[in-house]
Design a protein around this ligand. Structure first.
Ligand SMILES: *[C@@H]1O[C@H](CO)[C@@H](O)[C@H](O)[C@H]1NC(C)=O
Length: 234
């Protein structure tokens, strides 16, 4: 009985230290003066204890996010569909606001080439990279021919010919074509559906090989290729 009492006192002490709003690192937490990390809560998927520069705080992820030691969306939290909560209590239910099912989440927009990113309950419309369509199953922008209800021909702006010829046919079963208006992109057809491929930095499509080559080797695309895809990446 005395042992049991002692244990419960210790547990109580640990618990109250962890639930302090802000404080100096308590005994069970190693939180040095220069530090930034977090510990998961053993029971709740969206709760954690964070340590920043010697200060330990009890924290909860915003609605739609759950604890992730590497973060990903906000602080030490990531989207609930990206994290396996294992045996912990189930993911908290949605708190909806106009345009946002969860306060934080990714959702389809009213067209294929955009999506909605909710942060703190506010919806922000984002663009997919050119040529891609939002795929709500994977929560990423994907080839439009793989996304139900999206039209690759209108998104890519190209219709795959019924039969490939010449250099294009060399790439069967995925024939390639030069992009009609941009020599730093090419089009590859998969099951007769077009996919837009962007050449890497400083390269352009050679009409002699239908591959991306160094801009110095593609006189027909030199200027555009030299500066292609310099910016970008979100
Ligand atoms: C913690 O320390 C780092 C490095 O000195 C600093 O950049 C950061 O702003 C500090 N964080 C807080 C909350 O003071």
């Amino acid at each position: 009985m005395a042992v049991l009492f002692l244990i419960s006192v210790v547990v109580l002490a640990v618990h109250s230290a962890a639930s302090l709003e802000i404080g100096v690192a308590p005994a069970p937490y190693n939180c040095p003066p220069v530090s930034y990390h977090a510990w998961e809560d053993p029971n709740e998927c969206d709760r954690y204890v964070r340590c920043e520069n010697g200060t330990v705080t009890d924290a909860q992820c915003p609605n739609g996010l759950v604890f992730s030691p590497t973060g990903g969306a906000y602080d030490f939290c990531d989207f609930n569909w990206r994290v396996d909560c294992g045996k912990k209590r189930s993911v908290p239910p949605p708190v909806s606001s106009p345009g946002c099912y969860y306060q934080w989440g990714l959702y389809p927009a009213d067209n294929c080439v955009q999506y909605v990113r909710c942060e703190f309950g506010t919806p922000y419309v984002k663009d997919c990279e050119p040529g891609l369509a939002y795929d709500d199953r994977s929560k990423t922008c994907n080839w439009p021919d793989l996304v139900d209800g999206c039209d690759p021909e209108s998104i890519v702006g190209f219709r795959c010919p019924d039969k490939s010829e010449g250099l294009s046919a060399k790439f069967e079963p995925f024939p390639r074509y030069p992009h009609p208006g941009d020599c730093t992109k090419l089009i590859t057809c998969v099951n007769q559906k077009p996919r837009l491929i962007s050449c890497g930095y400083g390269t352009g499509v050679s009409l002699y090989s239908l591959t991306c080559e160094d801009h110095r080797d593609v006189p027909e695309c030199k200027a555009a290729a030299a500066t292609a895809n310099v910016v970008k990446k979100k």
